[in-house]
Design a protein around this ligand. Structure first.
Ligand SMILES: [Zn+2]
Length: 418
């Protein structure tokens, strides 16, 4: 087994789920597992791309479920790449190609580590998805229909690598989401001379929006009631590099940016529309005003409860719901968190950066709720802050790939200890 060469073979297969590709990648990884003595099969489901399931049963009492995805984002714009995205090359210690960071590299590094171990000290199950990059539209149903098959004590998420501080990163959860569209209407557009007496939906919307927040705080009554603020210990492992984050965002940040990104729920205006926005002037009272809002929710906020609070606050206003995801967080004192932290320190020689929940959203809570598992964590990944995932010239350091394999072996050994 030449580990990097095998990853290159895998990354040569175009598995862009947005274009309906993936089948060939699923077969590749199933065959790869079988060739290395791992029981594996393709599971067809209503999803376009099949799932790949694998298992190493050593008769242990504990089981680790490993989740990865084999699909990738579209490689376009192709002219921005310095090499063919589907013909990966190694240059200056980096492997460049679509999917090497997200998520084929992590998938392969973990798989190869376990193959090299021969007989791992605990049972391993693998579940590989083929439509993560289009939002995992079928994952809840798939999990519900395969609850027994996927039963496990721990779940290892898709693969956090090195963070902005250079240290390996461990992520213990995700934020949730409530996405709504609110709109105000009247019967028709009017000449603006009627403004002294006529309703203006644009103003109404602006008043409503400004009632939602003051300063950095969300004004909805009860909005913060269920927020689990970070504990002393959770704060201790936050790192983050302010300079590199400022560079990434193109603006200055407060010193406690990392804590706030992790623990604060948000109310964000994502879109705003009303009236005449063309060239020149038009004196009109618009009949329609609309805003799109996303609320990033933190443990233990519930999108249904927040929606109820919002409806009560915006009485009579039209609210359309576009998305709801629940937040999730595994305890920093759990066995899986401790095993990831201890093994990371052993392999990398530095304290890892532990992020109690990511700034963004993902379907982790589905795994927790449907599989009834409260030890789900992310780590043992291959990416670095400059990996350009979802962008052009996606890359990983070959060295990080090798380190991730060592991390995987050490992690499983720690996790299997009683
Ligand atoms: Zn991705």
């Amino acid at each position: 087994m030449n580990s990097i060469q095998d990853l290159i073979e895998f990354a040569r297969i175009d598995t862009t789920s947005a274009k309906g590709k993936g089948e060939e990648g699923a077969k590749f990884i199933r065959d790869y597992m079988q060739e290395h003595g791992i029981e594996a099969r393709i599971i067809r489901h209503r999803s376009k791309n099949p799932y790949v399931y694998g298992e190493i049963n050593v008769g242990a009492t504990k089981t680790l479920l490993i989740y990865n995805h084999y699909d990738v984002q579209p490689a376009e714009p192709l002219d921005k790449w310095n090499s063919d995205p589907f013909d990966p090359v190694i240059k200056d210690g980096k492997l460049v190609g679509r999917g090497v960071g997200d998520d084929k590299g992590s998938l392969m590094a973990r798989l190869q580590a376990l193959i090299e171990m021969g007989k791992p000290p605990m049972n391993i199950k693998f579940i590989y998805e083929g439509e993560e990059e289009i939002g995992s539209p079928n994952i809840d149903l798939f999990l519900a229909e395969h609850r027994e098959l996927l039963a496990s004590d721990y779940v290892l998420w898709e693969g956090a690598g090195r963070g902005s501080s250079g240290a390996p990163t461990i992520v213990l959860g995700v934020k949730g989401l409530l996405y709504v569209e609110i709109s105000v209407r009247t019967q028709k557009d009017l000449h603006s001379m009627y403004a002294p007496v006529a309703k203006n939906p644009a103003w109404e919307l602006v008043y409503l929006l400004s009632s939602l927040k003051s300063g950095g705080r969300v004004n909805l009554p009860g909005f913060y009631d269920k927020v689990k603020w970070l504990t002393e210990e959770e704060r201790r492992y936050l790192k983050g590099n302010k300079r590199s984050m400022e560079d990434a965002l193109g603006q200055e940040l407060p010193d406690d940016f990392q804590r706030r990104l992790v623990e604060e729920p948000t109310c964000n205006i994502a879109g705003l529309y009303s009236g005449y926005t063309g060239e020149g002037s038009k004196t009109v009272i618009p009949s329609y005003a609309m805003a799109k809002l996303d609320f990033r929710l933190v443990p233990d906020q519930d999108p249904d409860e927040i929606l109820k609070i919002l409806q009560d606050h915006l009485k009579g206003v039209d609210i359309k719901v576009w998305g709801k995801v629940r937040p999730y967080r595994t305890s920093i004192n759990s066995k899986i968190a401790k095993s990831l932290m201890d093994s990371a320190k052993k392999v990398y020689g530095v304290d890892p950066e532990v992020i109690p929940n990511s700034y963004g959203t993902g379907p982790m809570e589905s795994f927790a709720r449907i599989l009834q598992n409260n030890q789900i964590a992310d780590g043992v990944g291959v990416e670095h802050p400059g990996s350009n995932i979802h962008s052009f010239n996606e890359n990983i350091y070959v060295d990080d790939y090798m380190k991730a394999k060592e991390w995987m072996k050490s992690f499983v050994r720690h996790l299997a200890q009683p």
